[in-house]
Ligand binder design. Sequence first.
Ligand code: ADP
Ligand code: MG
Length: 182
Amino acid sequence: RRGWIEVVCGSMFSGKTEELIRRLNRAKIARQRVEIFKPALDKRYHELDVVSHNANSIRSTPVALAQEILLLASGCDVVGIDEAQFFDESLVEVCSQLANRGTRVIVAGLDMDYTGKPFGPMPALMAVAEFVTKVHAVCVCCGELAAYSFRIAASEDKILLGETDSYEARCRPCFLEGMKEK
Ligand code: ADP
Ligand code: MG
């Protein structure tokens, strides 16, 4: 069996999870054994589901450490990993080992943090992956393609009470503009 690594990266709201779910559902249609993992710290929406912003969802297994995936994914044809930026560098070795033993690995995650810096294990994963897809959101300021996740303070908006911070997708000029105003 042939294994490889696919990376789906981009900003928040760019459709990474949507694209991951699309690929995994197609693998299921092909009767392949599919398993999805995410870092246990991502408590957004539902504990056990990987959920996209357009409310598509797929059952997943939260793991505290990337290493756990190696054991849990034995017997899988396809392994999906969402929010990969939250794992440490050991995820790169884990994905390589899975691919080496014949597993198709599809990793989705933020390529940049809210300051525009490469995020966690993502740059290294992009380097070793056979396929890298960068998806784009729509800039909420001007409607151009957005590659940045801009952090906005939610404190003034009482409706957002309870959320510590929120983000919006922005293109390069609108991201830079926002950073200047901070
Ligand atoms: P990601 O996993 O990259 O954060 P999702 O797959 O969860 O993205 O969500 C993508 C969906 O988010 C889009 O299909 C769209 O319905 C919605 N969305 C909300 N805001 C935006 C935006 N600024 N640009 C593009 N899509 C957006
Ligand atoms: Mg997502």
